[in-house]
Design a protein around this ligand. Structure first.
Ligand code: FAD
Length: 474
């Protein structure tokens, strides 16, 4: 490593953000760009730790100490080449990855971890600035055709990898725009859609064909795809949201988080949302049910749309602010996370269960009835929730966004038509990414269940290797 004592000289520092009260006036990314010296100094904090746990904790196996060293030495091109040798889309992970690498950074044992995610973003943005990211059109084409169903990060990674091997790849997407949750789930303030489109343009120039408004198994026969292509890869994501089937669920004002977030991403993209469909947030009291990332995105979006108040409730107890004895380094820290959306303003409540939705007129939501719960281990050692008597209360609200996760992929459509086998959890069952149907493969959330962008890219890459060796044997 360039500066083996860098971690003793410099503290962890992240780029500045636009002030919360300013950034909630728009939907653009708000993390400021710093001078190069800021990232090179941060890279200097990467020490010669011997066993870089960051590398093995990254689902992509990113060569983190190597690119940190190159950044420290201001060899940005080398850093870029090192980064893209394992990661197709560092501009996505450099912005929105929860960074398991940082959670297991050796420096993190008794100091602040190296700012790996920020360094990654600096490297890829430097590469775009210098026009190093150029379309790589394959010199030779095989005569093999691959259909990819779904254009989220898993589908894009599969398509990129197989296209680079010379196969002819077509990506089918049911939405009107390409990108999956990068486009219609994750808000613009976390990931600008110009960043998504910039990559899609490159993939297109490299020869990948993207067809939108094509719902496979509904508008287009999936069986036909298996007949017309040498391999089909399903990357349809995990789109069935976990519902709260309690009294009053049908009142107007109760929505799934994704109904709200995708509508807003479309609105920000300039699409017209018709009056009957519009989820109007201005001056409304909002409750977000679910304390995860999707819930956070609902908070950031509601603040930007001028909500009067926002309360986020979570079923689990409030996590500790630092690691507990049974959650040591290098495990993922089960600690309190405060997202940039939380910083922008909301009230957070933990260990709260929702019992019913309330309406004064029997049609429109006017509140939710909640109860506090306690979590205790049962005789089998599993945590069990019990309501605490006498803690019922009503939170008045006009809108509820249910952000309670996703249970499995949609079964109607492509999965039912192809009759692929599913796991007990309802995800697509695979062995080495092959489904139970001849020449049909699967990767990403559709296979592993609701997960992360970094995992979707990693699965896409691994799945592409399996598809490639299948095509070669053919
Ligand atoms: C609101 C929200 C915020 C998130 N924030 C983060 C974050 O900050 N960081 C992070 O790492 N992860 C985040 N995630 C998770 C991450 O987005 C997903 O894990 C990842 O996008 C999964 O990638 P995928 O390609 O498997 O599926 P998706 O991104 O879900 O893409 C699947 C695509 O397939 C298409 N499709 C489905 N069926 C068909 C069909 N029959 N025909 C044609 N097309 C079809 C869908 O329209 C969709 O475009 C977030 C998720 C949500 C919901």
């Amino acid at each position: 490593m360039g500066d083996t004592k860098g971690f003793m000289k410099f503290g962890r520092s992240l780029p500045n953000k636009e002030a919360a009260q300013e950034r909630i006036k728009h939907f653009e990314e708000f993390v400021k760009t710093e001078e190069d010296i800021h990232s090179t100094t941060q890279a200097a904090r990467c020490m010669d730790c011997g066993v870089p746990f960051c590398h093995s904790s990254c689902p992509l196996g990113n060569l983190i100490p190597e690119f940190n060293d190159a950044v420290y030495k201001k060899n940005w091109k080398k850093a870029y080449e090192t980064l893209i040798s394992t990661n197709n889309f560092p501009e996505f992970t450099g912005r929105i990855c929860p960074a398991p690498c940082e959670a297991s950074c050796v420096l993190g044992i008794n100091n602040d971890a190296v700012a790996i995610e920020y360094i990654e973003k600096s490297v890829i943005e430097k590469a775009f600035e210098n026009n190093w990211v150029q379309p790589r059109v394959p010199i030779k084409r095989t005569n093999k055709k691959v259909a990819v169903v779904g254009s989220g990060p898993a589908g894009l990674a599969v398509a990129d990898q197989l296209n680079q091997k010379g196969h002819t790849v077509t990506v089918f997407e049911k939405n009107d725009r390409i990108g999956g949750l990068l486009r219609y789930g994750i808000p613009d303030f976390k990931l600008g859609k110009n960043v998504v489109q910039r990559r899609i343009n490159i993939l297109e120039e490299e020869g990948i064909e993207f067809l939108s408004n094509q719902n496979i198994g509904v508008d287009v026969s999936a069986t036909q795809l298996t007949q017309n292509y040498d391999a089909v890869v399903l990357c349809g994501g995990s789109e069935t949201p976990r519902d709260l089937k309690i009294e009053g669920r049908d009142f107007k004002g109760v929505y799934f988080a994704m109904e709200f977030l995708s509508q807003n991403n479309k609105r920000v993209a300039g699409d017209i949302v018709t009056a009957e469909d519009v989820i109007e947030v201005k001056d409304k009291n909002v409750v977000v049910i679910g304390g995860g990332d999707t819930g956070s995105d609902c908070i950031g979006t509601s603040n930007r749309l001028g909500a009067k108040s926002i309360v986020q409730i979570e079923l689990l107890s409030k996590p500790p602010t630092s690691r507990t004895a049974d959650n040591p380094w290098p495990l993922w820290p089960m600690t309190l996370k405060t997202s940039s959306s939380h910083e922008e303003g909301c009230e957070r409540q933990w260990a709260i269960n929702t019992q019913r939705f309330i309406s004064e007129d029997g049609k429109k939501l006017s509140g939710i009835e909640t109860v506090e719960v306690k979590w205790e281990k049962n005789v089998n050692g599993k945590f069990e929730m019990t309501p605490i008597a006498g803690t019922q209360k009503v939170i008045p609200c006009d809108l509820v966004f249910i952000a309670a996760g996703f249970v499995h992929p949609l079964k109607d459509g492509v999965l039912n038509e192809l009759k692929v086998s599913l796991t007990e959890r309802g995800n697509v069952a695979t062995e080495a990414y092959k489904t139970t149907v001849e020449k049909v493969f699967c990767a990403g959330d559709m296979r592993r269940g609701q997960s992360l962008v970094v995992w979707a890219i990693a699965e896409g890459r691994e799945c592409a290797e399996e598809v490639h060796s299948f095509l070669q044997k053919k």
